[in-house]
Design a protein around this ligand. Sequence first.
Ligand code: HEC
Ligand code: HEC
Length: 378
Amino acid sequence: MRVRLLILCLVALNGVQAKDGASLAEQYWRTPSEWPAFIVDEGVQAEEIGPLPSLPSVSWHTPESEELGKLLFFDPRLSGSGQLACASCHDSQLGWGDGRRVSAGHDRRAGQRNAMTLLNAAYFDHLFWDGRAQGLLDQALQPIQSPLEMNAELEVVVERLANTAGYHMRFESAFGSPVVSAERIAQSIASFVRSLVSSRSRFDRFAQGDYERLTDEEIEGLHLFRTRARCMNCHSGPLFSDGQFHHTGLSYYGRRFEDLGRFHVTGKAQDRGKFRTPTLRNVRHTGPWMHNGLFDDFTGILRMYNHGITFAARSKPGAPVLSPLIRPLGLNDREIAALEAFLDTIGRRPPFVEPPVLPGLTESDSGATSEFLSTGTH
Ligand code: HEC
Ligand code: HEC
C-alpha cells in the first residue's frame, strides 16, 4: 500500500512526462492496467474506469416480459389520471430524464427531485437519489403509487389492464397465462428498464485499444479525472459511480426546499444531505443536473468542484457535513476545458425510442397518445 502511494506521488509530481520520456498521450495508448495509476484518498475503495461489463442474468427477464414492459412503460393508463406514463418523465430524447429542474407529476404538481436517467439503472444496487429502492423489481411499482408522480392505486391499475383486451395476449406470452397482477407488471417494467444501457462510448473504444478515438485534450481530461481533479474518489468503476452516498454541499439546509436525501431512508445523522453518486455515462445529455436540478450549465458544475464547493461550508448546527473528499482543485481554465472535453467522450445522446402502439387502442388513438407523451407533458 505504501509503495503504491509513493508511486502515486511520483506520478503526481512528474506531471505529464513519464520516466521514459513518453508524452501523456503515449502513457495512455496502453491497456488501462498500464495507465498511470489513479489517485484517490486513503481509505477510498475505487475501481478503474472502463467499458461496462454485461449485466448478470436474472430469472425474471425474458424477451417477452421486456416487450410487455415497454408497452406498460409508455402506457398512461398506469396513472391515476390516465395521463401520465413512465415515459412522460423518462424520455429517450431527453437522456431518459425529463429535461426539467424537478419533475412535474400528477396534476402537474412539482416534485422535489430531478428525474434521473434510466440508462444503466440496472447496474445499481440502490435506486433513486436516496437509494430507497433495492433494485429494479423493488422500484418498478413505486412511481405508480406515488402521489407526487402517477398517483394510482395498484388494484385499479391491475383491473384496468385486465379489462383491456389487447393486454391478455401479451401477459399470456410473457407469463404463460393472461392473468394481470402487480407482480407481473413489476417484472415486465423492470425487464424493459433493464434493457436501457449505454452503448459503447468513444472512451470505451479508446480503453479497448482504438487510440485514435480520443484527442490529446480529451486524454488530458481523462488524466485529470483520474488524478488531480479527484473525481475518481466517487465517480469510479465502469459506471463512473461508486454507488455510495455523499454530501457534496447541494442542500438548502433549513430552507423550504430542504431535502436530506439518504437521511430520510436511514434516519442516521451522518447521512444528512447525502445523495447517490450518479453515473457520468451520457451525462452531457441528461441535464439539468444534480438531485435538485440546480445546474443547467455543465461548465458551472466543473467550476463549482474546482472551488471545493465552498458555498456549502455553513456551520449551522445540524447542517449536513460536506464530504472530506471535496476540496479545491486549483485547475486552470484550460484544464477545466480538458476535463469537460473528456466527459463528452463517455456517452452520446441516446437514440430515440419510438413509442409503441398501445393495446386496446386503435392506431389513430395510439398516435394521439404518442403525440401527447412527446409534447404535452414536458
Ligand atoms: C412525474 C415524473 C416521473 C414519473 C411519471 C416516473 N418517474 Fe421515475 N423518476 C422520477 C424522479 C423525479 C426520480 C428520482 C426520484 C428520487 O430520487 O426520489 C426518478 C427515478 C427513477 C429511477 C431510479 C434510477 C436510478 O438510477 O436510481 C427509476 C429506475 C425510475 N425512475 C423508473 C420509473 C418507472 C419504471 C416509471 C413508471 C412506472 C417512472 N419512473 C415514472 C420521475 C418520474
Ligand atoms: C465526494 C464524492 C464526489 C466527488 C469527489 C465528485 N463527485 Fe460528482 N457527484 C457526487 C454526488 C453525490 C453527486 C450528486 C449530488 C447531488 O445531486 O446532490 C454528483 C454529481 C455530479 C454531476 C451531476 C450528474 C447528474 O446526473 O446530475 C456531475 C456532472 C459530476 N458529479 C461530475 C464530477 C466531476 C467531473 C468530478 C471531479 C471534478 C466529481 N464529480 C467529483 C459525488 C462526487
